[in-house]
Design a binder for this molecule. Structure first.
Ligand code: CA
Length: 225
């Protein structure tokens, strides 16, 4: 029996991926690290550190130093906040999904690789009463980050749940991979530019093009899992 839904944040609850992608690309370009905009959709879900080291190794053949890491991570977060100003945009249909999940009596837990305070601080405003800050897994809780199952396993632990008592809503291939590896039924919502195929191959159990479409099918999905 399903007791909880574990929600990824960027690209699921917030329409924030275009700003993340631009912020990453701008930050790395300033640092002399070549990258393409689209590849950041493939890196989505990784911790910031892991993304920085991946690009550093590709370009310079080494990890970033702790100083470089701090500087780049802070610059990216600052650029993201600028791009999202004056206000981050909730994903269309996200409230509809949350209302149905709440009406079904299911717990809501956020599991994100993000450490972006500009979004965490707005959750209560944009999604009032839907989330409990104690039931949240963020970049500050995890060591490995997605695609490792760790963040989702931690989400299960925080909610005192077994894998078959939860479902995950994810938009990114690495996020789907993490949830699938944690043994949880994974609903992919393809809100970005990647082909559906990438999400199916990552292990999605169901796939919808929008949060609105998920909302329409949510009740029916509950019978599965
Ligand atoms: Ca995401």
């Amino acid at each position: 029996m399903i007791k909880a839904i574990l929600f990824d944040m960027d690209g699921v609850l917030y329409d924030s991926m275009p700003s993340h992608v631009r912020a990453w690309h701008d930050t790395m370009s300033e640092a002399g690290v070549p990258s393409s905009m689209d590849e950041f959709y493939l890196f989505e879900g990784r911790t910031g550190q892991s993304t920085i080291n991946l690009l550093f190794n590709r370009t310079f053949g080494r990890d970033a130093s702790p100083e470089e890491m701090d500087k780049l991570y802070n610059r990216k977060a600052q650029r993201f906040t600028e791009l999202e100003s004056p206000e981050p945009r909730p994903m269309a249909g996200a409230i509809e999904v949350l209302e149905k999940v709440q009406a079904l009596g299911l717990q809501r837990i956020i599991v994100t690789g993000s450490g972006q305070h500009s979004l965490f601080d707005k959750l209560d405003k944009h999604f009032p009463g839907f989330f409990d800050r104690n039931l949240m897994v963020t970049a500050y809780d995890v060591k490995y980050g997605k695609p490792h199952p760790e963040p989702y396993l931690m989400g299960l632990k925080k909610g005192k749940l077994l894998p078959n008592e939860a479902m995950v809503v994810e938009n990114a291939p690495l996020g789907v991979e993490a949830a699938h590896a944690a043994g949880i039924y994974t609903i992919a919502v393809n809100t970005g530019p990647l082909p559906d195929k990438v999400l199916w191959e990552a292990g999605a159990d169901a796939l919808y093009p929008t949060m609105h479409a998920l909302s329409e099918n949510l009740k029916q999905l509950m019978g599965r899992g």
